[in-house]
Design a protein around this ligand. Structure first.
Ligand SMILES: [Zn+2]
Length: 438
């Protein structure tokens, strides 16, 4: 706490709501009531004012500030009773535990409700300033409160006075609302159960939630706790962002339907985007684009799509696949030693070329368990071809390959007993006999 300098005079006492009912001479039996409750019987009524004066002086010395007693103290002459008459020392101790004081301090009112009491206006203002720095320290940011927050001079209960740190901790604690981030496999019932709330309450706490469709990554509130004060931070942010290359499709009637040819590889552009960002209690809750400036225009990707219609062959529309290896079939598709062989094996020398069976996009290029070095190419319409046990891979995931393009070399990697190419044709996730497509 800060050090206060105050001159305390023991004679300057402000006792409010103090009534002394003195009905007779200075000796006898006097009942002392504080706020309607008897706390003692004394033999001299003057003790009461005397002890209150002492207590006020002691309190003022302790805190370095004038205090006012805010209790109703009544002294009534009573007939001799069985109750023990107490002395000054005991009266001091009993009054000390019941007297309540007010000081001239300050309150912070939030939407007209007094929220915190402070020693003085400058401490209350220091709290406001400190609160503004709690979540985001961004130069140029405008920080405000969602609520109407005011500092007012006021008489405050001494025992309700808080420090800046205590008030900050309370606000931050109130803003710390327990949340659950939806993971794969979560159900509302599980989340509710794990957090001891009902599903109904979970839905009520999250009005934007569609109970029939949980989105992975979505945050759910688990409590109806409300922040005491919401700190809003508004600032501008400039980010450089990539502009995806647009795709331009051209029709080519010389090219078979289902086939495409890349005429020009696209190139990403770059833009500078200025955002206005709004954060609430340190969490971003709004982002608006203020302006965009293109730094580099993207180059379109030009693709020719074939429109020539071919007669479908077996199940595969668009012609036959190219044979991926020059070797001969050494092991056919189907049951082999009691196990399903999901492709055909071509016996070929180590390092000999493996070619793409059809135009397509590489969706796997790397080690794949027992397949060893393996390439998967997607040809659209649910068709994928797989090339396994390779010794070398020439392509990477995302590459567009052309039919008969060399994509790798025959090898003996993974679960393999000698150099060969294991080749699969997978339609909608199920291996088919490749010989039907070659
Ligand atoms: Zn095989």
């Amino acid at each position: 706490m800060d050090i206060r300098i105050g001159i305390v005079t023991s004679l300057l006492i402000s006792v409010f709501f103090l009534w002394l009912t003195i009905s007779s001479a200075a000796s006898g039996y006097y009942s002392v009531e504080v706020d309607g409750k008897e706390i003692a019987v004394v033999s001299n009524d003057e003790y009461v004012q005397e002890i209150i004066d002492i207590l006020v002086t002691e309190k003022e010395r302790e805190i370095g500030k004038e205090v006012e007693v805010y209790n109703e103290v009544t002294v009534t002459k009573v007939n001799p009773t069985d109750e023990a008459v107490i002395g000054k020392e005991e009266l001091h101790s009993r009054l000390s535990s019941v007297l309540k004081y007010k000081i001239s301090g300050a309150v912070v009112r939030v939407d007209d409700v007094p929220l915190f009491a402070f020693d003085d206006v400058s401490t209350a203002k220091a709290f406001i300033e400190k609160l503004k720095e709690q979540y985001d320290v961004i130069s140029g940011a405008k920080i405000s409160f969602e609520e109407d927050v005011r500092v007012l001079e006021a008489k405050v209960w001494l025992d309700k006075v808080v420090t800046v740190a205590e008030a900050i901790a309370k606000v931050k604690d109130s803003a710390d609302i327990p949340k659950h981030t939806i993971k794969e496999g979560d159900t509302l019932w599980d989340i509710a159960q794990a957090n001891n709330i009902s599903v109904d309450k979970l839905i009520r706490l999250n009005p934007e939630l569609d109970p029939g469709y949980l989105q992975i990554g979505q945050e759910l509130r688990l409590s109806d706790k409300e922040p005491l004060i919401n700190v809003v931070c508004v600032f501008e942010e400039v980010l450089e962002e990539r502009i995806e290359a647009p795709v331009e499709i051209r029709r080519n009637d010389k090219l078979a339907q289902g086939k495409s040819k890349i005429i020009q590889e696209g190139e990403e552009g770059l833009k500078r985007v200025t955002y206005r960002v709004v954060k609430r209690n340190g969490v971003e809750n709004k982002r608006i684009v203020l302006s965009e400036e293109v730094v580099k225009e993207p180059v379109p990707r030009i693709v020719e799509k074939g429109t020539r219609v071919l007669v479908a062959s077996r199940n595969f529309g668009g012609g036959r696949l190219a044979k991926p290896s020059a070797g001969v079939v050494t092991s056919p598709f189907g049951m082999r030693w009691g196990r399903m062989h999901t492709g055909v094996d071509f016996g070929a020398p180590h390092g000999s070329a493996v070619i793409a069976a059809e135009d397509g996009k590489v969706i796997r290029a790397g080690w794949h368990g027992g397949y060893g070095l393996c390439i998967d190419i997607s040809h659209g319409n649910g068709m994928v071809t797989r090339y396994a046990h390779l010794s070398r891979i020439n392509v990477k995931v995302g590459d567009q390959v052309q039919k008969r393009q060399v994509i790798g070399a025959v090898g003996n990697t993974g679960n393999s007993t000698g150099p060969h190419l294991h080749f699969e044709v997978i339609i909608n996730g199920r291996p088919q006999n490749p010989m039907n497509y070659l």
